[in-house]
Design a protein around this ligand. Structure first.
Ligand code: FE2
Length: 223
């Protein structure tokens, strides 16, 4: 009968440790491959509405009870709220607020001399659907100076977002692709790592998009 050589305790421990390390590396590798980068938090800025409008629906280009339409380039912003494993988050509350086409917020503290647009809603809220999706129709916001009296720092067009889902709360900003002002913006540049997670993608328009409007895709990944 063949005698099984006895493995010394120290060697057995080493083999076990190596097997455990290999397994952990495989699992770790799998996790690292599947985790999505979280959308970074950014300041809410000073212009969250003091008084939220009565009309808060997903179409910001019209105000209920008014016949006109907001000035500016119509855009549709759509995407999903996801967790870091890529799983959709249904029922997440998204609040969106932004400047009008001239870069002016409907807020008493905004001293930008650009006029308000009475047909622009400026704020909207929505819950994500069963697949974590959301959609807003709005106009592309204008760039605006941080200090109108000394317009050195000009904020690029951006949309503010506040997302609440279960125990998660994210405040962030969405930017537009191809904007020269992005790379000069202090708030944009303060984002650590890749900025791709805060820049929307222009995608092919769907048949329900009006001529001249753009469709932008922006997923929000909660940490
Ligand atoms: Fe802003």
């Amino acid at each position: 009968m063949r005698k099984v050589p006895k493995v010394p305790d120290s060697r057995r421990y080493l083999l076990g440790a190596l097997a455990g390390f290999t397994l952990a590396s495989r699992w770790g590798g799998a996790l690292a491959r599947t985790l999505l980068p979280a959308t970074p938090a950014q300041t809410s800025g000073p212009f969250y509405p003091k008084l939220r409008p009565l009309d808060q629906d997903m179409d910001l280009t019209v105000v209920a009870g008014r016949p006109g339409r907001a000035k500016g380039q119509v855009i549709h912003v759509t995407g999903r709220v996801l967790d870091s494993n890529g799983k959709p988050v249904p029922g997440a509350r998204i609040e969106l607020w932004q400047a009008n086409a001239g870069g002016r917020y409907d807020h008493p503290d905004d001293i930008n001399p650009e006029p308000l647009d009475p047909n622009f809603q400026g704020f909207a809220t929505q819950l994500t659907d069963a697949e974590g999706r959301y959609r807003f129709k709005t106009i592309k916001p204008g760039a605006y100076p941080m200090n109108p009296a000394n317009p050195v720092n000009v904020r690029p067009p951006h949309i503010h977002l506040d997302v609440v889902a279960a125990d998660q709360h994210l405040v962030t900003q969405m930017y537009f692709p191809g904007e020269k002002l992005n790379s000069q913006d202090r708030i944009f540049n303060a984002i650590k790592g890749s900025k791709d997670t805060v820049i929307a993608r222009v995608i092919a328009p769907t048949p329900d998009i009006e001529p001249g409007a753009s469709l932008l895709h922006f997923d929000i990944v909660l940490a």
